[in-house]
Design a protein around this ligand. Structure first.
Ligand SMILES: NC(=O)c1ccc[n+]([C@@H]2O[C@H](COP(=O)([O-])OP(=O)(O)OC[C@H]3O[C@@H](n4cnc5c(N)ncnc54)[C@H](O)[C@@H]3O)[C@@H](O)[C@H]2O)c1
Ligand SMILES: C[N+](C)(C)CCCC=O
Length: 424
């Protein structure tokens, strides 16, 4: 209950300071203030949710023959390390620290060097909320700092959010110390639109699946499979909507797309679009540098959101994670065919299906190889639901009750009520 009180107080402070925190997150990352507000809301909800679980953590009591019994205790791991990506800096830190602190651990958190700011405010908020000094610590730095933390003998667990290559290195380093890891890695998720869908809903779902945070979202549904008989209508509607996305100063109320995180990321996205064109894809809209009229924004890393048509499954833009505002549209004919193509990826973070046929919806998600599946929506993230990947998108979960298991260890106690029956 003590941990719960600290987390609830931290959630209250975040709520109270949400406008200031959202503004700092926008400055930190470049996402629109509109989206940053949602991130901050999800963040305090996460702390509230784990505050609720902190007081109800309990083991099991198991009866054994002769009046003997056993019980289990859920115990903390110790010092947990959190290593975060730059796309949801504050939210990722709350997704990790909420369950870690609720379970009785301490946490050392390293944000991405591209977004160092808001997690420091989170550390201050935890202190103000009554967390003891040193319970939640921030260490700034890049790869070498991350390696130092991952190899440190006093560290009991590492929870990492980032790319597959880094995740693989972290797992290797953790293996030397036999440390558990949670890996939240990349994705190239499929979104399947059947022709019986509510078209407006499906179009909105595809927008949500591709263009939040300038498309820099791990679980984005960037392979949009559309049943052939609605391909043209769907594509026209999506292109119309994408052209209307307001790009510009992320601190303005009506902006829906700010700049990408940095120059190398922008160039990487342009290189994917160039490669897509060379491989035969057609740019239906966007994919160009965007220069805002505002003088102070001219050097920003802006681009117009892009929709690619005439895509094929073997194109690089369809196979690899772009991590930018680029949607690839792929026609399909049958359910069987689309399932095989959707699952033909080394990733398995998320997937979505739009259909009015409830039997088909459940049948399809049951066959999709992805940890987070959406039916008739995309990229919503209630804290009550576990989030995490299959295949190379990682393992372990964030959010939901199950995450407590990833931040604790189980002790079993066997109690003898009779005499010891020695075999010697
Ligand atoms: N599954 C998810 O929940 C999720 C969420 C956000 C981002 N991502 C993924 O993250 C990637 C983009 O983020 P990024 O560019 O920050 O990823 P990244 O792997 O380059 O960096 C992530 C973090 O790891 C640190 N790091 C880098 N090298 C390290 C090393 N050798 N040892 C220890 N730490 C190291 C970085 O400093 C950063 O804090 C994308 O692939 C995206 O899909 C996944
Ligand atoms: C809140 N979203 C949109 C589901 C993103 C989760 C974090 C992944 O990058």
């Amino acid at each position: 209950m003590e941990r719960s009180r600290v987390l609830l107080e931290a959630a209250r402070i975040i709520r109270e300071r949400s406008e200031e925190l959202a503004t700092m997150e926008t400055i930190n990352n470049g996402k629109s203030i509109f989206e940053a507000r949602v991130d901050i809301e999800i963040s305090w909800q996460t702390l509230e949710y784990y505050a609720g679980l902190a007081g109800s953590m309990a083991g099991q009591h198991v009866q054994l023959p002769g009046g003997s019994f056993g019980y289990t205790r859920r115990e903390p791991l110790g010092v947990c390390v959190g290593i975060g990506a730059w796309n949801y800096p504050f939210q990722i830190a709350c997704w990790k620290s909420g369950p870690a602190l609720a379970s009785g651990n301490a946490m050392v958190y390293k944000p991405s060097p591209f977004t160092p700011i808001t997690v420091v405010l989170l550390a201050e908020i935890f202190r103000e909320a009554g967390a003891p000094p040193g319970l939640f610590n921030v260490v700034q730095g890049g790869a070498s700092t991350g390696e130092f933390l991952s190899k440190h003998p006093d560290v009991a667990k590492i929870s990492f959010t980032g790319s597959v290559p880094t995740g693989s290195k972290i797992m290797e380093m953790a293996s030397k110390g036999i440390k558990p890891v949670t890996l939240e890695l990349g994705g190239k998720s499929p979104l399947i639109i059947f022709s019986d869908s509510d078209l407006e809903n499906a179009v909105n779902g595809a927008m949500m699946a591709n263009f939040l945070t300038q498309g820099q979202v791990c679980c984005n549904g960037t392979r949009v499979f559309v049943q052939s008989n609605i391909l043209q209508k769907f594509t026209e509607e999506v292109v119309k909507k994408v052209k209307k996305i307001k790009i510009g100063d992320p601190l303005l109320e009506d902006t829906r797309m700010g700049p990408l995180i940095n120059r190398p990321q922008l160039e990487k996205v342009f290189a994917f679009i160039k490669g897509a064109k060379e491989q035969g894809a057609k740019v239906l809209t966007g994919g160009e540098p965007y220069i805002p009229e505002d003088q102070k924004l001219k050097a920003g890393f802006y681009m117009t959101p892009c929709v690619l048509g005439d895509c094929k499954d073997d194109m690089t833009c369809v196979k690899e994670e772009i991590f930018g505002p680029v949607m690839s549209i792929l026609p399909f004919d049958t359910e069987e065919e689309v399932l095989e193509r959707a699952n033909n990826s080394t990733y398995g973070l998320a997937a979505g299906v739009f259909t009015r046929d409830i039997q088909r919806a459940h049948r399809v998600v049951a066959s999709l190889q992805a940890g987070m599946c959406f039916i008739n929506n995309y990229n919503v993230s209630p804290v009550e639901l576990p989030f995490g990947g299959y295949k190379k998108s990682g393992f372990g979960r964030e959010n939901g009750q199950v995450t407590i298991e990833y931040y604790s260890q189980l002790k079993t106690v066997c109690v003898e009520m009779g005499k010891v029956e020695s075999v010697f």
